[in-house]
Write a protein that binds this ligand. Structure first.
Ligand SMILES: *Cc1c(COP(=O)(O)O)cnc(C)c1O
Length: 374
């Protein structure tokens, strides 16, 4: 039996909470006493500070909108761009299901482009061959926190007159040449699910845009197609951020860059200990990975996972089944073999614990166990 204290979890949210406990309890108590619980001054303050967080010297003036989840951010973006039945949206098959689900909610068709073998993100060289008369948008995912090649995505989108919706659920704080993910496309979609780099204590999300039109439309769509005056200009959704989550997010946003820096330090240590035995995550020049996940690749993945587990070390396969092979998408008629790079990745990837508060000794322990079984 391994002692509880010797186990290594994927994440230690309790450690993080204890660092900010007094501040959080104070803020939550203040909000509970205010009796304003859904949308309100903390949501507005968070939206302002999140826009500032995303700004850099050459890109600023963003609108941020707090919404109920990352999934909400995605479907509200698609709805605000009037993506509808029979439209096609180009995306990656190697992602969390919500990316694709949001396209299907609109009655639109996800069109999958295989991933790049090195970055595990959408292969920008294969996008153009999938563009048809029905294509309306590209929805890239910055998987595990590594930004996609947004210069190429934006060039392709501009030359074919397509919208771009960035799925930044895993990349909050990640950068390309000093510019944050979420600031390249028509909208950037963020998730504040507790396990994300910027997580609250429940569900939460945000949409970011530079467009006045998209901003106005999502303010209404997130609140039943109304600006809160019982005048409904269209059918919308209920997808609002609440005050308690916004209060928590304000406290955590101030620490996000430091927490991401700690993740990066952990990742660098793993790289130095593991690079000769497994494939370590790529980080091209100019890119700043947020290491939402530290994901290795090995043909011996299952053996590594089992050995880690026997030593009380958690690891997770993100993601075991690419989207085109999911039962929920069988109506699309896509068979094994059509997106070979994604299928191969799904059989080799393994995400290791990389959370900011993880002690260096634990990282060395994980690396030792992996090395011992190869
Ligand atoms: C977490 C996640 C989402 C969904 O976010 P929720 O806040 O859980 O709705 C969407 N896309 C990706 C890539 C994610 O990791």
């Amino acid at each position: 039996m391994i002692k509880q204290t010797d186990m290594i979890p994927m994440l230690d949210l309790k450690k993080e909470f204890l660092e900010i406990e007094a501040e959080v309890i104070g803020k939550v108590t203040e909000i509970l006493k205010s009796t304003r619980y859904v949308l309100g001054p903390h949501v507005e303050q968070f939206e302002k500070e999140f826009s500032q967080f995303l700004s850099s010297s050459n890109t600023n003036n963003f609108y941020s909108m707090g919404v109920a989840s990352g999934t909400g951010a995605l479907f509200l973006s698609l709805a605000a761009l009037s993506i509808k039945k029979d439209d096609e949206v180009i995306t990656t098959p190697f992602t969390f299901f919500a990316t694709v689900e949001s396209i299907l909610y609109m009655g639109a068709k996800p069109v999958f482009v295989d991933i790049d073998d090195k970055t595990l993100n959408i292969d920008v060289n294969k996008i153009e061959e999938k563009i048809t008369k029905k294509t309306r948008a590209i929805l890239p995912v910055h998987l595990f926190g590594l930004p996609c090649d947004m210069d190429r995505v934006m060039d392709i989108a501009n030359s074919h007159n397509l919208y771009v919706i960035e799925d930044c659920a895993q990349s909050t704080g990640a950068l390309i040449n000093g510019r944050r993910t979420g600031t390249f496309g028509d909208t950037g979609c963020f998730s504040f699910y507790p396990s994300k780099n910027l997580g609250c204590y429940g569900d939460g999300g945000a949409v970011v845009t530079k467009s006045d039109t998209i901003y106005e439309r999502i303010l209404s769509l997130r609140n039943h197609g109304s600006r809160g005056n019982y005048i409904h200009t269209e059918v919308g959704f209920n997808s609002r951020l609440d005050e308690i989550q916004a209060g928590v997010l304000l406290i955590k946003l101030a620490r996000l860059d430091e927490k991401n820096r700690m993740r990066r330090e952990n990742a660098n240590l793993y790289n130095s200990l593991l690079k000769d035995v497994v494939k370590c995550p790529a980080e091209p020049d100019g890119y700043t990975h947020s290491y939402h996940q530290y994901t290795i690749r090995s043909p011996h993945r299952d053996k590594i996972k089992e050995t880690l587990s026997n030593e009380g070390i958690s690891s997770v396969v993100y993601y075991p089944i690419p989207m085109h092979l999911q039962e929920a998408l069988k109506g699309q008629g896509l068979k094994r073999g059509v997106l070979p790079v994604s299928e191969q990745a799904a059989s080799e990837v393994l995400s290791l614990p990389v959370y900011p508060e993880m002690p260096q000794v634990s990282i060395r322990k994980v690396a030792d166990v992996i090395r011992s079984c190869l």
